[in-house]
Design a protein around this ligand. Sequence first.
Ligand code: UD1
Length: 429
Amino acid sequence: MDRIRIRGGQPLTGKIRIGGAKNAALPLMVASLLTDETLTLSNLPHLADIQTLAHLLQQHGVAVELSADGDGREVAEGRVMSLRAAHIDNLVAPYELVRRMRASVLVLGPLVARFGEARVSLPGGCAIGTRPVNLHIDGLKALGAEIEIVGGYIEARAKNGLKGTILRLPQVSVGATEDLLMAAALADGVTVLENAAREPEVSDLARCLVAMGAEIEGIGSERLVITGKPRLHGARYRIMGDRIETGTYAIAAVISGGDLELVDADLEVIGVVAEALRAAGAEVDATKAGVRVQRNGGVIRGVDVMTQPFPGFPTDMQAQFMTLMTVAEGAAMVTETIFENRFMHVPELARMGANITVHGASAMIRGVPSLNGAPVMATDLRASVSLVLAGLAASGETMINRVYHLDRGYERLEEKLAACGADIERLKG
Ligand code: UD1
């Protein structure tokens, strides 16, 4: 298993290109199931999760083609993927694939909407909590699907298609909103989706569906009105930039006392993270090419944050922000309201000298003057990258084990950081 070695203490300076958003790319790839024509996605990040989903779609019968951008600038400019679901011959999403990545469950809505039938494995637990899919199931039932759970699989049937309805999600869920949005696009009549997730990735999906011929009002709001169509058509769509990658490298600039320009980043979609970083003592500004983040001297101040659905502070930035707070002057409280078990980075940060006390869903961080390098273990995607950030700030050597988690969500992380002056290296093995 690969490891990453960091020798901390270098301020990072330079430019980092932000790739396409993983969490937008996954539902957009699934949207290809809604039509027999080709959906072409550009600015696709090169990540393990993308490959896992491509594999799942291929086993349903989707023809997937991956190419570099026109003139071969594959690595620098993101990839282009064409997906054509003209000959779907398998409506089963098997456990072996779904358990590897929860987002696979998103195929349920599109398959049952277009083919009247689907059999999708329950994803099971994951490192950050139980993460049920009841909202997906209840929503599809409200749209007229008959659903049974048999042998660990969700078996859904809607022989006469789905029917539009008024549907209020009892809890904000990104995945359930996306699943139901796709299903409603092919339902008969109008669906009103209330208490919908407003995450920018949901809006990216909605805009792509519109490009495919769907009729959706209220994009970006908590009330989506979808007028179902008998069929959708192909489209070309450019995936939005990754706001979590942006926020993560922004913290790399701040924690290392550096100055980074995040090319192709969008300040608007990291609003509340940018505010928290400014409150902590950073300068965060829009530039022509993206976003510039710097901390020239000056201390890092303690700032309290609480994770919330968008436009609140993202749970996917919680571990990284907590890492920044470990070296703040004063104390900070970080509260996690979305997932019940998302403090696995805490004991690892403690091994590097951080002073953190967890009380239920809140962590009290008392800043220390500096962290010390140590061998640590990555437990999930965002926890792993928080250890990379800690290693950049720590004195001495940090060795991060189990970095395969990082490869699910960060493309060429060590190359991007090394190009800006970090002493970081991947050790194969
Ligand atoms: C997505 C993101 C993930 C992010 C999360 C919250 C993708 C591929 N992943 O995950 O990176 O951390 O949003 O911003 O986009 N819930 C239920 N029942 C359901 C569905 C969800 O109880 O049927 C609960 C979850 O357990 C969780 C909360 O709702 O406590 C929010 O989860 P949700 O927004 O659905 O997260 P995902 O879509 O899985």
